[in-house]
Design a protein around this ligand. Structure first.
Ligand SMILES: [Zn+2]
Length: 383
């Protein structure tokens, strides 16, 4: 009898929503224990750290990627260039240059993107400086990988840092065969981009799911050869909601006669706008304009707190405006011009299209309803 621990595989498929797999037999024969997972308000930058730590963004401190930090900003030096005209300062070449600088010289990690206007970038910091899949990669809480390392449990984690989904799955299969790990966390990132474009095309979605199904079946078969008792869990961080309407909030707020950054700051993500105010007049004007809109609403502090994303110091915004499911800002800092997705995520967690998935070959030892509950399953597996 071998003293090896039973291997556990967790595969996170970014953005594969419960509604996308509903009515399809995606791996239902080998993974019969299935549940929708409630996500957190925000994007993968908030959801994946929640999965990896089991605590909400307000605790692990990763919400949106940019946060207000005028004294700690790695781009403070940019304030000397504020005299430059927008045509130059906000040019796509300037943004690309800032992206490269952030990645290569400012220690912001390989995923840094310049999704804030360069005119106000000197006031912002970037939360994902470290690899969130590495040791101490998450600012405010230990992740499952920290726990595994402390417990001396050999594990493997794979993400886009290791190549394409195909490359990642091949490497995972090799490592499982060599048998030098008992805990495998495989992050597959490519489904997100696919669904942004093709969420509404049933044939393309079916073909894409079939291709993942094939590769995951092969991975499971490999693992079962090593140990027939292996456990496999396939999960996702959030879903994907079809786009039905677009709204140009940038034009609306830009037309209020307020100056940025003197009167206020605004960061426009795909589905959320975050504001900071430096005068009562700015706060009143923006608040009144947002209240008059029908495409979304201001999320109150009480609700942000219930959702686990309230930051009392206002670093992620003193006021948060959230679009209704299916609405999209026609211009934002996050989506470059010309990017026109058919589907988006980052809506209220109550939106059924925003739900993620939990699919397992064995019944979980506890109820799994929200993405943060997966952490406890991973801890159980690591015992
Ligand atoms: Zn996405």
């Amino acid at each position: 009898m071998s003293s090896r621990r039973r291997p556990h595989l967790f595969v996170l498929i970014d953005a594969l929503g419960w509604q996308v797999i509903q009515g399809r037999n995606f791996l239902s024969d080998i993974l019969p224990h299935r549940a929708p997972l409630r996500t957190v308000l925000g994007y993968s930058s908030a959801a994946i750290p929640t999965i990896l730590t089991g605590v909400p963004p307000a605790t692990h401190q990763h919400w949106n990627l940019f946060y207000y930090d005028p004294t700690g900003s790695p781009f403070r030096w940019l304030r000397h260039f504020r005299f430059l005209p927008d045509a130059l300062l906000d040019h796509r070449v300037t943004r690309r240059l800032l992206k490269e600088m952030g990645r290569r010289w400012l220690g912001l990690g390989p995923l840094f993107e310049c999704c804030v206007s360069p005119r106000i970038l000197h006031l912002f910091n970037w939360v994902e400086k470290r690899n969130i899949y590495g040791r101490r990669g998450i600012v405010g809480a230990p992740s499952i990988f920290d726990r595994l390392a402390e417990a001396g449990i050999p594990y493997h984690v794979y993400s886009y840092h290791d190549g394409s989904d195909d490359a990642v799955l091949r490497r995972a299969a090799q490592d499982i065969e060599t048998g030098d790990g008992t805990f495998f966390f495989v992050y597959l990132s490519e489904m997100d981009a696919f669904l942004h474009y093709h969420r509404g095309d049933p044939d393309k979605v079916a073909a894409q799911l079939a291709s993942y199904e094939l590769r995951l079946r092969a991975l499971f078969a490999t693992a079962r050869k090593v140990d027939p008792e292996v456990s496999l869990t396939v999960l996702s961080d959030h879903g994907m909601t079809p786009i039905r309407a677009k709204y140009d909030l940038l034009a609306e707020i830009g037309g209020l006669g307020l100056r940025m950054p003197d009167d206020y700051l605004a960061v426009y993500d795909s589905t959320m706008a975050r504001f900071w105010f430096f005068s009562n007049q700015a706060r009143d004007k923006v608040t009144a304009a947002l209240r008059a809109l029908r495409c979304g609403r201001i999320v109150t502090d009480a609700e942000l707190e219930r959702l686990g994303v309230l930051f009392p110091d206002g670093r992620y915004g003193q006021l948060v405006f959230l679009l209704d499911p299916g609405c999209l800002f026609s211009r934002s800092d996050f989506n470059g011009q010309g990017w026109s997705p058919a589907a988006m995520h980052g809506y209220h967690p109550d939106d059924p299209d925003s739900e993620g998935i939990f699919l397992a070959n064995r019944p979980p030892a506890r109820a799994v309803r929200a993405i943060g509950d997966v952490f406890a399953c991973m801890q159980d597996a690591a015992r």
